[in-house]
Design a protein around this ligand. Sequence first.
Ligand code: NAD
Length: 418
Amino acid sequence: MEITFTNHQIQTPDNPTIPYIEGDGIGPEIWTAAKQVMDAAVRKAYNGKRHIEWKEVLAGEKAFNQTGTWLPNDTLKAFQTYRIGIKGPLTTPIGGGIRSLNVALRQTLDLFVCLRPVRWFKGVPAPVKHPENVKMVIFRENTEDIYAGIEFELGKPETDIFRHFLTDEMGISKVRFPESSAFGVKPISKDGSERLVRSAIHYAITNHLPSVTLVHKGNIMKYTEGAFKNWGYQIAANEFGDAVFCWPTYLEIKKRDGKRAADEAFENAKTQGKIIIKDVITDAFLQESLLHPEDHSVIATMNLNGDYISDQLAACVGGIGIAPGANINYDSGHAIFEATHGTAPDIAGTGKANPSSLLLSGVMMLDYLGWTEAGKLIENALEALMAEGKMTADLYSQTEHATLLTTPAYADAMLAKI
Ligand code: NAD
């Protein structure tokens, strides 16, 4: 049955149809493991009254081999119709019209939020001293910025046209080596920024999280990244009123009534459970999130910053092998949950793949469906397994006194804990 979306709420039937792409490389191995565990958790949580009707759809190498196209229309249609889906990693086609299948999926379905929750599981080897303090949820804008793919290659006729436009029509003389420059365009819109920040604040409110940090490089890119920050603050104040306390308000009070009054207003806001909306310049954030990760909770940022930040924070808690992710349109309800790593061709077929990233993306999906009890069972099982040091090769190789499990054995160990 189809999942519906009314009044900004997902309505999940007891047997929703969910399209999945198993993915290339290690995709089939991690998908088999993740599916078994998700099915068992749903069965246990709801005494067999609910179950997912999985519907395979094709993309990547499997699609190319069977249909001659990397991303068949039927796949896009299925995600459109059934609203929520999940996918393994896909090989990026070399040559041809598609730059990246993931980017094509995100753009076609306008999945404007790339959601990456980052937390540590006890027992997982991590490079920082206190990985338990890293508890952040990243809202990365998914459709704009230099990822829009508007680039002009050196030596191409369109690049000359673009350069002449800049120099002759716009009178710009700041390009250091105009004749040997390639160019990229960075669109950041008010609409795109507002819907991203709005979704992040909603998430913070729904999940009782203390703050939203707008991360930007607005000190240099004033009209794109700086505007993102300003539009973010505006939407917080205009649409969320008393539910939030914005940092510019702190600065206003400080200027008008002094620091003590501003500190008091800030403390009062926290006591009243208001969400603190603040901002940090990107480079400072990369440092601060290592030194004081406990100061940040929900992060709202643009596409390129979000890419860097997601990988840094994932590394802090043990690497992207276990980091989950989702691409979501909170206005239509459409969402695709996904493993955040690639196809790992070097270990495909060896039983070394860690299915945790896909599995935790499955937990995010179950939560999104409102089936939080099933998600919790999986999370608890994973916590128990990591605490016992039962690990796949990627984590085992970095951990003392751990037990090495193959991908199927890892799935069995998870099933035994559900
Ligand atoms: P990769 O993530 O596939 O591999 C990087 C390293 O991490 C490898 O050593 C690999 O063995 C290891 N690794 C990754 N996932 C693992 C897992 N679940 N368990 C254990 N080890 C794991 O990155 P890559 O090698 O740069 O890319 C390979 C292919 O994947 C390329 O075609 C790339 O375009 C594609 N890719 C797809 C996605 C996606 O679909 N979301 C993301 C990144 C890369």
